[in-house]
Design a protein around this ligand. Structure first.
Ligand code: PGA
Length: 254
C-alpha cells in the first residue's frame, strides 16, 4: 500500500444472498464495525439487492457497486441492465470483466472495453478485472496476458477519464480455490500493471490508480498482501459472505 492511495476493500457477492439476507448482513456489519475513515469499503450485491442496500450503505459510509452491466444506454436487450440504471440506483462502481464473466459468459477484451467506456460515461468508476489462468502462468505468460487485457480494456481513454478507474488483478487459478498468490507473486504482477498504466497514460495516472488483488483473500492473508507497495486493496468473494470474516477484512492492519 502507498499512503497516497486510499485502500479499498470490495465485496463481490456473486450470485449469493437474497434481498433479506443482504439487508441482514449489512445491518449486522453496521453494528459490529466502527468508523473506517482511512479506507473505502464497497459492496457488490446481486442486482436484486442494490436498491435496498443503497441507503443503509450510505449511512455507513460504504459504497455500492454492481457486478456487471451492458454497454448500451437502452434498447432491446432482454435481461440486461444499463449503466444509467445502475447510476440511478446509487452505484458508485461497476465490476467489469470479472474472469467468471469472461469464462462463463463469453466476455472479451473488446466487450470489457465497451463496458468500461459506458460505465465512465455514466459517471461511475469501473473496477476492471484482469488475470491469467493457470496454464498461462505455467507457460510464463502472466505479464503478457495481463498487459493485453489492460490495454484491451483501457487503451484510448484520456487521463481525466482514467482518474477513478480501479484495476483488480485476479489470477484465475486463485479465485475460489483457496490458493492465494503469495504477496511477492501478487506484488510483481501489480508492479507490471502499474508500469503498463504508465506506458498507456502518464506518471500521474500510474501513481493514482488503485490496483486491488483478488483470489482467495481471507482474514489470515489480507495484512501481508496489503503490505506490498503496489497492492491497494482487495476484491473478495468467498470471505466477504460471512459477517465475521468480512469484518476482519475491513479491519485489516498493516
Ligand atoms: P474469492 O473470489 O475471494 O472467492 O477467491 C474473488 C473474486 O472472484 O472476485
Amino acid at each position: 500500500m502507498n499512503p497516497d492511495r486510499r485502500p479499498l476493500i470490495a465485496a463481490n457477492w456473486k450470485m449469493h444472498k437474497t434481498l433479506s439476507e443482504a439487508v441482514a448482513f449489512v445491518e449486522s456489519i453496521q453494528k459490529e464495525t466502527g468508523p473506517l475513515a482511512d479506507r473505502e469499503v464497497v459492496i457488490a450485491p446481486a442486482f436484486t439487492a442494490l436498491h435496498a442496500l443503497r441507503e443503509i450503505l450510505r449511512q455507513k459510509g460504504y459504497s455500492l457497486a454492481a457486478q456487471n452491466c451492458h454497454w448500451e444506454e437502452k434498447g432491446a436487450f432482454t435481461g440486461e441492465v444499463s449503466p444509467a440504471m445502475l447510476k440511478d440506483l446509487g452505484c458508485a462502481y461497476v465490476i467489469v470483466g470479472h474472469s467468471e464473466r469472461r469464462q462463463l459468459f463469453g466476455e472479451t477484451d473488446e466487450t470489457v472495453r465497451l463496458k468500461t467506456t459506458a460505465v465512465i460515461k455514466a459517471g461511475m468508476d469501473p473496477i476492471v478485472c484482469v488475470g491469467e489462468v493457470l496454464a498461462e502462468r505455467e507457460r510464463g505468460q502472466t505479464f503478457e496476458v495481463v498487459r493485453r487485457q489492460l490495454e484491451g480494456a483501457l487503451r484510448g481513454f484520456s487521463p481525466a477519464q482514467m482518474a477513478g478507474v480501479v484495476v483488480a488483478y485476479e489470477p484465475v487459478w486463485a479465485i475460489g480455490t483457496g490458493k492465494t498468490a503469495t504477496p511477492a507473486q501478487a506484488q510483481e504482477v501489480h508492479a507490471c500493471i502499474r508500469a503498463a498504466l504508465a506506458a498507456l497514460f502518464d506518471k500521474t495516472i500510474e501513481n493514482k490508480i488503485r490496483i486491488l488483488y483478488g483470489g482467495s483473500v481471507k482474514p489470515s492473508n489480507i495484512d501481508a498482501l496489503l503490505s506490498e507497495q503496489d497492492i491497494d486493496g482487495a476484491l473478495v468473494g468467498g470471505a466477504s459472505l460471512e459477517v465475521g470474516s468480512f469484518k476482519s477484512l475491513v479491519q485489516f492492519t498493516i
